[in-house]
Design a protein around this ligand. Structure first.
Ligand code: ADE
Length: 227
């Protein structure tokens, strides 16, 4: 998979060069290319923002640098183009999985108080939000979305099983996990996990997932029965 990111703050994406995602990039499972929108500004001072027509607080990103950057990086519109925005459709596990099925994705990030609507009209196939709160820019949202979707791309996680097993995969939270030691601070690992009976372990995990979901996120069970 190839992911392009267009941003005014390319150095922020160095955070993606670590751990699991960093390894996937190193191994060539994913190619992450970060482009500085400012490099495409036609302004002699490389300006990318201006005052809003109609007045109002703050600055607005001008459409030209975004438009030129998007068309330079993706001239044939081979990418699914996504603009990170609090007014977009909300990211969840199903959405992350859906995005993971594209060969090429392009995320572009706004900053300042907003982006000229024409940039969105001309350069976004969809808008994506990571939650009902406003961030100072789309960069952190892009990184959250990229991390979440890449976990569904084969070869990114160590074992193909892990993205299936965990929280939200069946509308349930993940069961509790234990490792050594058998007893820690007086707390014991549940007996069933050390008994070596695979079917019993599976049954216990399913029960625990339901108990935990009922306790911490009962709304997930309600959504499940409505599906
Ligand atoms: N940009 C600013 N706030 C955002 C949010 N909640 N999700 C995605 N992009 C954003």
């Amino acid at each position: 998979m190839t992911i392009d990111v267009l941003t005014l703050f390319p150095e922020m994406f160095s955070a993606m060069r670590h751990s699991v995602i960093g390894r996937a990039i190193e191994n060539g499972v994913v190619s992450l290319r970060v482009t500085d929108i400012r490099d495409y500004s036609a302004d002699k001072h490389r300006k990318c923002d201006d005052y809003p027509f109609g007045g109002g607080a703050g600055m607005v990103m001008t459409p030209q640098p975004v438009f030129d950057a998007v068309h330079a990086v993706d001239p044939a519109h081979a990418c699914r183009r996504i603009y990170l925005s609090p007014r977009g459709a909300r990211l969840n596990a199903a959405k992350a999985r859906e995005l993971s099925e594209y060969e090429r994705l392009l995320f572009w990030c706004g900053h300042y108080e907003g982006v000229d609507q024409r940039a969105i009209d001309l350069c976004a196939d969809e808008e994506l939000s990571i939650g009902d709160y406003v961030l100072t820019g789309g960069e952190l949202a892009a990184m959250v979305a990229i991390d979440a979707l890449l976990r569904f791309v084969p070869g990114v996680l160590g074992s193909e099983q892990s993205a299936q097993d965990e929280s939200f995969s069946e509308g349930l939270l993940e069961y509790p996990q234990y490792t050594r030691p058998r007893v820690f601070q007086g707390l014991e690992v549940p007996e069933v996990l050390v008994g070596g009976h695979h079917a019993n372990v599976e049954k216990w995990r399913r029960q625990q997932a339901e108990i935990i979901t009922r306790k911490l996120r009962p709304d997930l069970l309600k959504n499940k029965t409505e599906q």
